[in-house]
Design a protein around this ligand. Structure first.
Ligand SMILES: C[S@@+](CC[C@H](N)C(=O)[O-])C[C@H]1O[C@@H](n2cnc3c(N)ncnc32)[C@H](O)[C@@H]1O
Length: 231
């Protein structure tokens, strides 16, 4: 798979990747990483983790990757065709403020996302997704409809127990991604946080799980980062 380090592109094979990942307790995978700021932040905060940012666009990640610590890795790939080298490695995944094909796949338009997620997650995997309500509106999806659509896509990807809550402007400001800041200081500073974890079992239908709790997650939105401004 292709990795970015500043202006250089390097190929990392499965053996090289597994040798790198084996040095860390956890592997964090951020899909649609944009400029890679979240990956950099989690790598600095969690030296025990390998923090991976993956985006289809290499250019956005060049600057951040140049000064990133050794436990940060930037991969150029389509999130709907995840590199085979990542198989069974991701212990925590994030998708922050997706747009384009990543957003529509998350809302159920492309089953390739679920196939990839199932292939890369390990036993105890957790997932956090942050959505921009404005981006949803642009593709005609209401904030009320989005959780159910994402729930189905994640279920197909091996995750269950989806919980959701709204993100306020203050919570967006504290979130260390560039699009969280843009949203926080924009005209309509509202987001949606969704969390799920790997399904313990994976029966063939979503109905088998029964009702899912709709708990407020505002105190729990920081599995792998500290809100900016905190110690
Ligand atoms: C609005 S930006 C968010 C960037 C970053 N997560 C943040 O919060 O600042 C959405 C990103 O999703 C990426 N993206 C969209 N579809 C993708 C796909 N199929 N595979 C990989 N990245 C994708 C885009 O290249 C873009 O960088």
């Amino acid at each position: 798979m292709d990795t970015i380090h500043g202006k250089h592109t390097r190929t990392l094979d499965a053996a090289g990747f597994h040798a790198l990942a084996s040095r860390y307790d956890n592997v964090l995978l951020d899909l649609g990483a944009g400029d890679g700021r979240y990956t950099l932040h989690t790598a600095r905060r969690r030296p025990d983790c390998l923090s991976i940012g993956l985006d289809a666009c290499a250019d956005g990640m060049r600057k951040t990757s140049r000064t990133a610590p050794p436990n940060a890795l930037y991969i150029v790939a389509n999130a709907l065709v995840l590199p085979e080298e990542l198989a069974n490695t991701a212990s925590h995944m994030t998708i922050n403020f997706p747009w384009g094909s990543l957003l529509t796949a998350l809302l159920g338009a492309d089953p390739a996302l679920a196939v990839g997620l199932r292939a890369v997650i390990c036993q105890s995997a957790t997932m956090e997704i942050r959505l921009n309500l404005g981006a949803l509106a642009q593709i005609g999806c209401s904030p009320e409809a989005a959780p159910d659509l994402v729930r189905q896509a994640l279920w197909n990807g091996g995750f269950s127990g989806l919980r959701t809550c709204g993100l306020s402007a203050a919570e967006l400001r504290a979130c260390p991604t560039t699009w969280a800041k843009r949203l926080a200081y924009g005209r309509d500073p509202r987001g949606l946080l969704l969390q799920a974890r790997r399904a313990p079992e994976h029966p063939s239908t979503l109905r088998a799980l029964g009702a899912l709790p709709a708990t407020s997650l505002s105190q729990q939105q920081t599995l792998y980062y500290s809100p900016e401004g905190s110690a």
